[in-house]
Design a protein around this ligand. Structure first.
Ligand SMILES: [Zn+2]
Length: 380
């Protein structure tokens, strides 16, 4: 049987671990490295699918936990799956719900069988197991699915993380067995192990042995420093097979994207561009710009003079600031559009730099203009 997800390595950059590649899904092919917009509730906040296509998004992410609770996977399945339900005919990836159970839910109780917890919406008692997560993901019908895993805090003790990694491997195997649609949905394994190299190695070894069509790197961007994250990526990506895609979960600041690509990561996702957009904050080639600030009241330039997105071609900082101050939702739509475009376009530039074996020079120029330095690397 042909796997649902295929990865083709086009070329490796000469001076770094960066890879130019292509992922073939049942809903189209997209080039990597790439950034996936997040549509938590089957909607990328304020954005129409047509606009996401216009900016070149090849795949978006939706959250299993949220859709399971509301509207329920049975309704999405009756609608013909997530693609039809949300009118999106390109790629969709669903997470397993594990991260939300561990971060949102109250009073969770972890056992070998799964996790008991209370819904953050209704307080209802619920239980999520590897089998249940896969059943929900099968009903949602995304092209790429995630194994149910535990994401322990980065600074948890070695003994705890070791037990957690071993359980996550057993859960991954149970999920693989429960998976009903391997011909149309590709299930990824998630490498955990916090900051411990030997535990990351054990996790990668267990999962690679199960031959998933792709591998996610979880448990990062959860409060550790950027240097810590890069240290973990330095030793983790070489543990993963070259002929499968690698997905760094929950990472979306421009510097972390570039530094992840340099370490061999192909896919990223994050709520960052849309979340900061709702607070009137934008990413520009000259760094972070808080457009709702008073100093932009009479600034009739675009958000980013170097950006050629629809927003920057048509609207001014002064107008967008006015809309956000007046609580007009169109303002948030404009900042969301620009921020998503910025990251998708950044990855296109990164792809070109890999093509030309010029990624380190690209990084240096980008960091310089954006205003990143060793002490100040997370100002998105
Ligand atoms: Zn723009």
């Amino acid at each position: 049987m042909e796997p649902a997800i295929k990865y083709r390595l086009i070329k490796k950059e000469k001076h770094t671990g960066a890879r130019l590649g292509e992922i073939v899904t049942p809903h189209g092919t997209f080039k990597t490295p790439m950034f996936m917009p997040v549509g938590t509730q089957a909607s990328v906040k304020t954005m129409a699918p047509e606009e996401l296509k216009e900016m070149g998004a090849g795949i978006i992410l939706s959250n299993t936990y949220h859709l399971w609770l509301r509207p329920g996977e049975d309704i999405v399945e009756k609608a013909g799956g997530l693609h039809k339900f949300m009118n999106w005919d390109r790629g969709v990836l669903t997470d397993s719900g594990g991260f939300q159970v561990f971060s949102l839910a109250k009073l969770r109780d972890i056992s070998e069988e799964g996790v008991a917890f209370k819904s953050h919406l209704s307080g209802e008692k619920l239980f999520l197991s590897p089998e249940k997560a896969i059943q929900v993901e099968n009903a949602l019908g995304a092209d790429i699915m995630m194994s149910f895993d535990e994401c322990p805090p980065f600074f948890e003790s070695y003994d705890y993380v070791k037990k957690s990694v071993e359980r996550t491997s057993r859960w991954a195997e149970r999920g693989l067995i429960a998976h009903q649609n391997p011909a149309t949905q590709g299930l990824f394994g998630i490498v955990q192990g916090a900051g411990f190299e030997d535990l990351r190695r054990q996790s990668a070894h267990d999962l690679v042995g199960m031959d998933f069509p792709g591998y996610s790197i979880g448990g990062l961007s959860v409060g550790e420093s950027k240097a810590e994250m890069n240290r973990v990526l330095d030793f983790t990506t070489p543990m993963l097979p070259e002929n499968k895609p690698r997905y760094l979960m929950g990472v979306g600041s421009p510097d972390a994207l570039i530094d992840g690509v340099i370490r061999g990561v192909d896919m990223f996702d994050c709520v960052l561009p849309t979340r900061i957009a709702r607070n009137g904050t934008t990413m520009t080639s000259q760094g972070r710009l808080v457009v709702k600030n008073a100093k932009y009241a009479e600034d009739f330039r675009p958000l980013d003079p170097k950006c050629d997105c629809y927003v920057c071609k048509n609207y001014t900082r002064a107008y967008i600031r006015h809309l956000i101050k007046a609580d007009e939702t169109f303002g948030i739509h404009l900042t969301s559009y620009h921020n998503l475009y910025f990251l998708i376009n950044l990855m296109h530039q990164v792809q070109d730099a890999i093509e030309q074996d010029d990624l380190l020079a690209f990084r240096e120029a980008f960091f310089e203009e954006y205003g990143y330095n060793e002490k100040n690397t997370r100002n998105f």
